[in-house]
Design a protein around this ligand. Structure first.
Ligand code: ZN
Length: 266
């Protein structure tokens, strides 16, 4: 234990916080190789492993890739982009909000993409950004990827309108949130402010709501055209187990129709 504590002390003294986070990410990758096998496959990093790892506030089995850290929602997104879009074959302007670092590295290496990532807090993202004020030109993005962000944004409709503004007409955004389908309406309570109370009430220390079945309508209120695609259902039971998709179901595909102005009017 003393050796580990000394090592941690050394790392804090001589390595910047940003590089320590990068080091942790690379450490996870290399330690994840312990799980290499052939039962499961992560479409985000391409690794084949014996199993995905449990993760989540309420721990879920088979949630996280041991190497790149991708969750079920990221793996489903990657499969959707691979199988149903021209994301990997045509040139695109892409904005990713709250990226997974190793997914970001993959997209950065793709010659067909002009890629930008951003996050309000994550120092590994390329820029610091607030989703309610995106640092990109109007109608400049072919794709926007946004995962598990709006649960934490007080003005979520404002952020959705920003995504609408940033999309090119005909462009697409995949905007994932956790939805509690047993609720008809999204549950919010501005009086709940402490991280502990937010975790108890909304399921996350930074969350300020739990989305209900009205989530697609909130996106539509921002001008977006929304398709809730049950993309998991296209896979066989064997593929669902292989890609670790048991705790996810929908791709929320949002588009900006051609010929609409900035207010979403035809
Ligand atoms: Zn992975």
């Amino acid at each position: 234990m003393a050796v580990i504590e000394t090592l941690k002390h050394f790392l804090k003294l001589y390595i910047s916080p940003l590089n320590r986070i990068k080091l942790r990410t690379h450490y996870r990758w290399w330690s994840g190789l312990w799980y290499v096998g052939n039962k499961c496959e992560c479409p985000c990093c391409g690794i084949r492993v014996r199993r995905f790892l449990p993760a989540g506030v309420v721990s879920r089995k088979g949630a996280q890739c041991p190497c790149c850290g991708a969750f079920e929602r990221h793996r489903l997104m990657m499969l959707y982009l691979r199988d149903r879009t021209d994301f990997f074959t045509q040139t695109h302007q892409v904005l990713e909000i709250s990226p997974r670092y190793l997914v970001q590295k993959k997209f950065q290496s793709m010659k067909n993409l002009t890629y930008l990532s951003g996050d309000l807090f994550d120092p590994l993202a390329m820029v610091r950004l607030d989703v309610t004020s995106l640092p990109v030109k109007t109608a400049s993005c072919d794709y926007i990827l946004c995962y598990s962000v709006f649960e934490t944004v007080p003005d979520d409709i404002g952020g959705m309108k920003e995504i609408f503004r940033a999309l090119k007409p005909g462009g697409s955004a995949i905007i994932h949130v956790y939805v509690d389908w047993s609720r008809d309406e999204t549950f919010e309570d501005a009086a709940v402010t402490s991280p502990e109370d937010r975790e108890k009430t909304f399921g996350g220390r930074f969350n300020c709501r739990v989305y209900g079945a009205d989530y697609p309508r909130r996106l539509e209120a921002a001008g977006l055209r929304v398709q809730c695609i049950d993309f998991v259902s296209v896979f066989s039971a064997g593929e669902i187990a292989r890609y670790g998709l048991t705790n996810v179901r929908y791709i929320f595909l949002c588009s900006k129709p051609e010929g609409q102005n900035l207010r979403g009017e035809a």
